[in-house]
Design a protein. Sequence first.
Length: 334
Amino acid sequence: MRNESAVSSVDFLVGFTIFLLAFILVVDMVPGVLIGIDSNTVDYDAVAYRTGTILVEDPGWPVFPAWEQYDSSHKNEIQRMGLAVTKESPCVLSYPKITKFFETSFFTPQDYREKVIFGEIPYSYNISLKIEDGKTFYTGESVPEHSYGYMRRLVKVKTNSSASIDCRDYLKSTAENMTRISALISYEDLQDPGTPEIYRIDPRTDRITVSINNFSESLNLTDITDIRLKKWDAGRGDYVDISDLVEDDAYELSDNGTRHYIDESWNVSTTSRVTMLLDPPLPFSEQPDTWLLLEFSISGDRVGNYTGKQYRYGDFDGFTPAQLTDGVLEVAVW
């Protein structure tokens, strides 16, 4: 019996050919449709996110000694540049790491790409950090108007630790052959387990500032003529003179902005504040029972017979805990 409803092979072949041509045309058009979406933007955002995460959640590598303490001859040993104080304190940034990271005279654009962006292509970038106290750090190029990835993170910045000594609080009337004042830095006290880690002062990584104030205001300037740092001692039980064991750039001693060196005297009549900056790592900083003593002496032509105001000898250990300041980190990659 004849089946008049059947489709001939020619009709099927024509229909299938048309379908196949339409399918090929659609497949060929899909990449063109997706071009408007521009997947590169998604890649830029991912790179910016990854870069921002590394900076605010990772302390970098090496850790001890910290990467920010490496000089130019050892820069190649730096594998990763993170700004976090520790991995356990994400979004709390170390000030020494910040200042080193944004030292564009030390790091090249290639260093930033290899040690923090980790991109397979030479991305352009702009990384900035604004701190509540008004300081702004940045590195990289100007951000384009469009087609770039962006990441913004709110952070806390751990500031440097300091001690402030007022000479007027260290006066007594009894005459002595030597007038002096000292500041004792006890690593064990600074690393007190009772203090939250982000507020502790770590001699391995933190800069420590000792300021002695009101020198000229508390002296009889007709008898006292000069001042010097008498000695800088450290040890673990016994005093050890380390003046000859440290580099000149490990410390900075200044009065009103003028730098001085150990054993160098300077006129005290115009000196209202003496500041000692100690950069990490401090001597014996790996040993928790270490202490560091800074001892200043005040001398003059008639200091032996001086019966006026005298500084009493005593160790000062009033270091303020580290403070946290608000900041905003922004990363743009294109």
